[in-house]
Ligand binder design. Sequence first.
Ligand SMILES: NC(=O)c1ccc[n+]([C@@H]2O[C@H](COP(=O)([O-])OP(=O)(O)OC[C@H]3O[C@@H](n4cnc5c(N)ncnc54)[C@H](O)[C@@H]3O)[C@@H](O)[C@H]2O)c1
Length: 292
Amino acid sequence: MTDVKINDSDLGSIRDHVVFITGGASGIGLATALLCIKNGAKVVVGDRNPLPADAVQRNLSYVSLDVTSWESLSAAFKEVLKQHGRVDHVFANAGVGPKTNLLEDNVDENGDLLEPSHHVLDINLKSVMNTTALACHHLKKSPQGGSVVLIGSASSFQVFPAVDYSTSKHGVLGLMRSLTTLLYPKFPIRINALAPSWTSTSIIPGDFMNALGIPFQGPETVARSAVLLMADPSRHGQVIYSEEGQLLEIEEGLRAAARNLVQGDREPIANTVDKMRQAQEAASFFGDGAEN
Ligand SMILES: NC(=O)c1ccc[n+]([C@@H]2O[C@H](COP(=O)([O-])OP(=O)(O)OC[C@H]3O[C@@H](n4cnc5c(N)ncnc54)[C@H](O)[C@@H]3O)[C@@H](O)[C@H]2O)c1
């Protein structure tokens, strides 16, 4: 684990870059949009809610977006390209809080258990995958490439009894990890994730956490880590955890711990990544678009 210290000058390289942020009308997304603007970027926010009136300013535009709709997401990317001719960074940030824990016995008229709601997975995971697919589709065509930042959570890797939420955030971590070796350097696209702990936003307001005695941070802390991941061309496959204003890069440590756990003192059986690459070249194991 590495402490992440961010100087204002570390963020300056996003000047004139075009940033698209889903869920950017509030909380972490809005704080990131404002920090991008402060550093000279042009930002398009896609959200189901409009920007707050006091945020409206030059270089910040809004497109109405429902991330659960592929058509809406696809149209939002087209709007970014129409406005700016390109996109350099995409922050897949839109999300909602937990809704169901799988243990609720909601039954139909026969007493049979009803299928649980997957609303949270649809927004927090499936829509993040769709946003990432569209981001990569457009960034692949850009000679200068760019980056994708995914919103995970401390619950991406910790025990957190919010089943649908935590499951979705574990999925986001898996998404980032699995794309890491498929993107850069084959494509000029870096991908990274954020893992914020308790952060005061409309999902979980500061007053609520104060009442429970939970220490928390403001969305500006998370925004700084989001913009750093866009601005620093050396960051790829990283996860920045944030808690009470402290930032840590944790992915390297998580990978080392996993390696030690399964490998210990033994010689590695195989280099998994290399073997996976060989399998990918030899077969359509990784999916070639065909239904199975
Ligand atoms: N607040 C925390 O403690 C915390 C911690 C870890 C991760 N996160 C994640 O941060 C992300 C941002 O949340 P936040 O805490 O800033 O909350 P927030 O409610 O302030 O912001 C979420 C934004 O997403 C938008 N959104 C939700 N559903 C949408 C949809 N279907 N289409 C388009 N936009 C949609 C909302 O309108 C809102 O503007 C979420 O993914 C959340 O899970 C939050």
